[in-house]
Design a binder for this molecule. Sequence first.
Ligand SMILES: [Zn+2]
Length: 58
Amino acid sequence: MSFQDKSIKCSDCSTTFTFSAGEQEFFRSKGFAEEPRRCPMCRAKRKTQRQDSNSRSW
Ligand SMILES: [Zn+2]
């Protein structure tokens, strides 16, 4: 199975970001079936806002 770079619109800030093939592969290897809905910036922001030890809020 091969992955391709994908453009996703962030659900928080509406920025279009690239979900790269490498990231998709990493995602799958981690067992995440769904795509991230937020750009890396919003993800980082949420991560610092709430420190859930078992957070899966991509
Ligand atoms: Zn965003």
